[in-house]
Ligand binder design. Structure first.
Ligand code: ACO
Length: 322
């Protein structure tokens, strides 16, 4: 039996930090409101010209180094992103070229904030069925490019960054199960209306920004994260108290706390980065994973539940023996 396991993790955050206090200068908001309603204190913002592939490559290189492999060992690249460098080719192909990898399949997955979980699911299935042995799975986002910085309802919520894992084929179980869902009927609650085929001018146009009904998204996110956790545990016959770490998508501390409560998880066993990084969409889960691996909280043998929710709506999870 072939499984896939996480051999290395990596993360990257742009140098520029924007605090809540700085946002107070440009929009009608307050540090207190943002902290209280979201748990966010600051976010990292990509430099001018810094792209999704620029960030993804740095995260990937760190994951490759931790895995103790060469970039040329990689035989599959899957990138979760909603903010690719170009319409085409995929950001995965751009990263492949820039890392000097030749011939491997490389493609992007667009599932908004669930992009990394979708990418991980696909890479795991390809490894388990013998299609690859060493996969680079990346979540990378330059969300600041689709944020309307004059809209206080969304501007306070998002940030940029990238996270990556190297998955290798293994006789030992690593990824235990993955789960993916979507429900397209909620498109209008969270979307960037601009699109190539719909013919909008995508440059700093109102339709090229995130439009969101925050309250409705909040409720659906809490419900979906609760149901995906239940489904994941039931599929594997695992009790919630066996989990060592919950690594949720980092959208809002109140959504994270609600997900933790449903699992009876104390907050000191939940990886939280939303305070420092805000919502980095498909980068948020691999960034949180990398943070807790590198600071020593997550150890080999620990049981991890990763769970995501995003536009679409999409949601998904991964149960992992690290
Ligand atoms: N600063 C100050 N006041 C604000 C701000 C702000 N930045 N934004 C909204 N307000 C005001 C509102 O205008 C409203 O004022 P009113 O009562 O006078 O009308 C008041 O604060 C309360 O607004 P609500 O929208 O009810 O506030 P809520 O507690 O729901 O928090 C929030 C809003 C933070 C957006 C919350 O709904 C949320 O986090 N939703 C989920 C968003 C999310 O996770 N999105 C990403 C999903 S993942 C993906 O795919 C991208």
């Amino acid at each position: 039996m072939i499984y896939s396991r996480i051999a290395g993790t990596g993360g990257y955050l742009p140098e520029k930090v924007v605090t809540n206090k700085e946002l107070e200068e440009t929009i009608e908001t307050s540090d207190e409101w943002i902290r209280e309603r979201t748990g966010i204190c600051r976010r990292h913002i990509a430099a001018e010209g810094e792209t999704c592939s620029d960030m993804g490559i740095i995260a990937a290189e760190k994951a490759i180094e931790m895995a103790g492999i060469e970039a040329t060992d990689v035989d599959l690249i899957v990138v979760g992103t909603t903010t690719p460098d170009k319409v085409f080719p995929s950001t995965a192909c751009i990263i492949q070229r820039r890392l000097g990898i030749k011939g491997s399949p490389a493609f992007d997955v667009q599932a908004a904030c669930s992009g990394f979980i979708y990418a991980l699911d696909l890479a795991d299935r390809i490894i388990r069925t013998g299609g690859a042995t060493t996969a680079l799975v990346i979540g990378s986002e330059a969300l600041s490019r689709v944020v309307n910085w004059e809209d206080r309802g969304t501007a306070v919520l998002f940030g940029d960054g990238a996270g990556a894992v190297v998955l290798t084929a293994s006789k030992e179980q690593g990824i235990i199960s993955t789960h993916m869902h979507a429900d397209g009927q909620y498109e209008e609650l969270l979307h960037v209306p601009a699109g190539i085929a719909s013919g909008y001018d995508t440059v700093r146009h109102e339709k090229a920004f995130i439009h969101m009904n925050g309250n409705a998204v909040f409720k659906r996110a809490v419900a979906a994260l609760g149901s995906i956790a239940k489904e994941t545990l039931a599929t594997n016959g695992i009790d919630k108290h066996e989990l060592d770490w919950l690594i949720p998508h980092q959208a809002n501390l109140r959504i994270i706390a609600a997900a933790a409560r449903k699992l009876d998880m104390p907050m000191d066993r939940v990886v939280v980065t939303v305070d420092e990084q805000a919502n980095t969409s498909s980068a948020s889960i691999p960034l949180a994973l990398d943070t807790a691996v590198r600071d020593g909280r997550i150890q080999r043998g620990h049981l991890l539940l990763l769970e995501a929710f995003g536009a679409g709506f999409t949601w998904g999870s991964a149960l992992i023996r690290y």
